[in-house]
Every structure is written in structure tokens, then in C-alpha cells.
Design a protein around this ligand. Structure first.
Ligand code: HEC
Length: 140
């Protein structure tokens, strides 16, 4: 079975080396327009392919990545019960790429937001609303 994934965004990952009869390919497509006001809409368009609609790291593109996408509902637990808000914001903006990030599997979303809209003010609103949405998903 050949599954062709499209991911909204500036990333091109062409994947080989998986079981031959089960190749997942990630195709680069232009970033889809979304409402800057809707964290959930942006999450679905820009993050869910890898992180999953439930944000638990099992999106359809996950199997094509070198690294497993993080479970984004456990960020607060992993952060000793404190809000992960800054880490999430940095991750989205791309200011903070941890060593694990060397794979570049996790795309820098600030670029994508800048691609869908030129206004820095609107990009900031997008990042804030997406960050707040992810914060709302945290397991206690
Ligand atoms: C192409 C697949 C892909 C997409 C699309 C993607 N991510 Fe990721 N993400 C990953 C992978 C793989 C990791 C884990 C490895 C790493 O940190 O690079 C990760 C890690 C993260 C982390 C760090 C989690 C931790 O435990 O520190 C955050 C936060 C995150 N992603 C948020 C997002 C958000 C928000 C979006 C959408 C705007 C998004 N990701 C889109 C693949 C993706």
C-alpha cells in the first residue's frame, strides 16, 4: 500500500527505507489558509498530520518520520506540572530547537505562518492561539 500524505507547510520529507510494501510519503504542499483566531483549526491544518488529531503523537505521517512526534498532551506532566506554554511557543516559532531536533522532522512553524500571512502582528496572534490550544489539551 502506498500512502501519500500531504502536509500543509514548508517541509519536504521524502521517505525511503521503510518496509517496501508500506511506504509513507510526505509531500510538500502550500500552507493552507486558516483563521488566526482558531487554535484548533491551525492545529488540524499544520500539526495533526504528525502529532495526530488528538495530539498524542500518532498522526498519519508519524511512521514516515525518523523521530516519533511528541505526545503534546503530556507536556505539562513532563514539565513537573507547570505550564509548557513557553516551550510550546518557542517550538512553534523555531527559537528553540533542542538537540533532539537535529532531525528537523519537526518543522519550524513560524516560517509557515509568515508564509500564509505577511503581518507580524497576525503571526504573533496565530502563535498565541495555537499555543493556548495546546495548553488546553494538557492532561492534569
Ligand atoms: C512533520 C511532522 C511534524 C509536524 C507537521 C509538527 N510536528 Fe511537532 N514534532 C514532530 C516531531 C518528530 C517531534 C519530536 C522530535 C523533535 O522534538 O524534533 C515534535 C516535537 C514537538 C514539540 C516538543 C515536544 C516536547 O516534548 O518537548 C512541540 C511542542 C511540537 N512538536 C509542537 C508542534 C506544533 C504546535 C505543530 C503545528 C504547528 C507541530 N508540532 C507540527 C513532528 C512534527
Amino acid at each position: 500500500m502506498r500512502l501519500l500524505m500531504t502536509i500543509a507547510a514548508g517541509l519536504a520529507l521524502s521517505v525511503a527505507g521503510l518496509a517496501q510494501d508500506q511506504k509513507t510519503q510526505i509531500k510538500k504542499v502550500p500552507a493552507q489558509a486558516t483563521s488566526p483566531a482558531s487554535g484548533v483549526e491551525m492545529f488540524r491544518a499544520y500539526c495533526a498530520a504528525c502529532h495526530g488529531l488528538d495530539a498524542k503523537g500518532t498522526g498519519p505521517a508519524a511512521s514516515a518520520l525518523k523521530m516519533a512526534p511528541a505526545n503534546l498532551t503530556l507536556l505539562m506532566k513532563k514539565n513537573n506540572g507547570k505550564s509548557p506554554i513557553l516551550a510550546v511557543q518557542n517550538m512553534i516559532q523555531g527559537d528553540n530547537s533542542p538537540a533532539a531536533h537535529g532531525s528537523r522532522d519537526m518543522p519550524m512553524r513560524g516560517d509557515i505562518f509568515r508564509a500564509v500571512c505577511a503581518s507580524k502582528a497576525v503571526v504573533d496572534i496565530r502563535i498565541r492561539n495555537l499555543r493556548d490550544y495546546i495548553e488546553s489539551l494538557q492532561e492534569k
